[in-house]
Design a protein around this ligand. Structure first.
Ligand SMILES: *Cc1c(COP(=O)(O)O)cnc(C)c1O
Length: 394
């Protein structure tokens, strides 16, 4: 099926039809599986074949369809689906690291990812270094002989900074470290991290892959040795499995993923361009805008700038709150990648846990708002945002 292009893969890859020949993928809402006799139960436990299942914590046909479809999209050898994005991050890092190992991570991390790296890993004897992800020199000098993982998000949340995947991979591989990329903000449509040299990719499927705010889910992708080896062993015994129902929602989400994120990114670019230079904005951040500092890097590793625009408003928190409260279409929430446009004030919500110093260091000012651009008509969105900006100053 490698000859097929992305949209075809997203509609057809991974489908397993039952004897009834259903058109839409079936939801196998079952925890367990039955065996015709005791001998075959023994055989199943001894050697699981490709299409065989014994317990839904280990695998399930609907979950396997989702795993196979997203693996085909990424060009990955294998995938393991998880109950949430955080189960995926936790699974990948704990499967790769042990006491005495060292991890280098970009400091601009999603809050719960930061908790795992900063608070949990050291409890189990893993040494941690944080670097400015933009700066290849910092990655290079942080690496040690016992570095096993380099971990980062690109684009980062909420300031949309990019990390040079190929650059970090070249450095990491010299010391034998694996590169683990949280590719949520870039989406599998716009950035193929494996092709660029990453070893493991993680998604919160809760975001663009569902894309309609219904289910939590996640997935880890990589080579068969890692996914079917330490990763699956860790996850199947620790209970992070994706429910078959949620897997079905994600599977159907993949069918429209390409169409949705392209439409959302198109609107995001249009909105970013229109807002740049608006009297009430200090700075508009969107990869691909001429003012975006890492344009040559994102041009090389991303096909489009993504679905999020971050706007630093003049007038700090008061201006940001007035703007947010004046929006009519755009909803106040903390999800992203959704069909519905969403606005977030990171400093007081998603990044509230960080100190003033950390916020300043990451460029998360009081005036910064994160706009996740949805599937609404882009003229309507622009009109809504423009009218709300007038309130920001008063
Ligand atoms: C949301 C998110 C996660 C966590 O995913 P959940 O599905 O909420 O567990 C991890 N990384 C990034 C970049 C995210 O945006």
């Amino acid at each position: 099926m490698d000859k097929w292009n992305t949209r075809t893969k997203l509609v057809h890859e991974g489908t397993r039809r039952s004897q009834y020949g259903e058109l839409s993928e079936a939801i196998y809402l079952t925890q367990g599986f039955v065996y015709p006799n005791a001998e075959s139960a023994q055989e199943r436990f001894e050697a699981l074949g490709d299409d065989e299942f014994i317990y839904a914590r280990y695998g399930n046909p609907t979950v396997a369809m989702f795993e196979d479809r997203i693996a085909a999209l990424e060009g990955a050898e294998a995938a393991f689906a998880t109950a949430s994005g955080m189960a995926a991050v936790n699974g990948a890092l704990f499967a790769l690291l042990e006491a005495g190992d060292h991890i280098v991570a970009a400091k601009a991390l999603f809050g719960s990812c930061l908790f795992i790296v900063e608070n949990l890993l050291p409890k189990y004897g893993v040494e941690v270094s944080f670097v400015d992800g933009k700066n290849l020199g910092e990655w290079e000098s942080a690496l040690r002989p016992n570095t096993k993982v380099c971990f980062f998000e690109t684009l980062s949340n909420p300031t949309l900074e990019a990390v040079d995947i190929a650059g970090v991979a070249a450095l990491a591989h010299k010391v034998g470290a694996k590169v683990v990329v949280d590719n949520v903000f870039a989406t599998p449509i716009f950035q193929r991290a494996l092709t660029l040299g990453a070893d493991v990719i993680i998604y919160s499927a809760t975001k663009h892959i569902d894309g309609q705010g219904r289910c939590l889910g996640g997935v880890v992708l990589g080579d068969t040795d890692f996914i079917r080896g330490p990763l699956e062993t860790y996850l199947k015994h620790t209970g992070g499995a994706l429910s078959p129902f949620n897997a079905w929602v994600m599977l159907k989400g993949l069918e429209t993923l390409d169409l949705r994120v392209r439409a959302q990114a198109g609107s995001a670019l249009k909105i970013a361009k229109a807002l740049e230079g608006n009297d009430n904005t200090e700075r508009v951040i969107y990869p691909g805008l001429e003012s975006y500092p890492q344009n040559s890097l994102v041009g090389a590793q991303m096909e489009a700038g993504g679905t999020v625009v971050s706007i630093d408003l003049k007038g700090g928190k008061d201006a940001a709150f007035r703007f947010i409260n004046a929006l009519e279409i755009v909803l106040i929430s903390n999800n992203l990648g959704d069909a519905k446009s969403i606005v977030t004030h990171p400093a007081t919500t998603t990044h509230q846990r960080l100190s003033q110093d950390q916020l300043a260091d990451l460029g998360i000012s009081d005036g910064l708002v994160r706009l996740s651009v949805g599937l609404e008509d882009s003229d309507d969105l622009l009109a809504d945002i423009t009218q709300a900006l007038i309130f920001a100053t008063s």
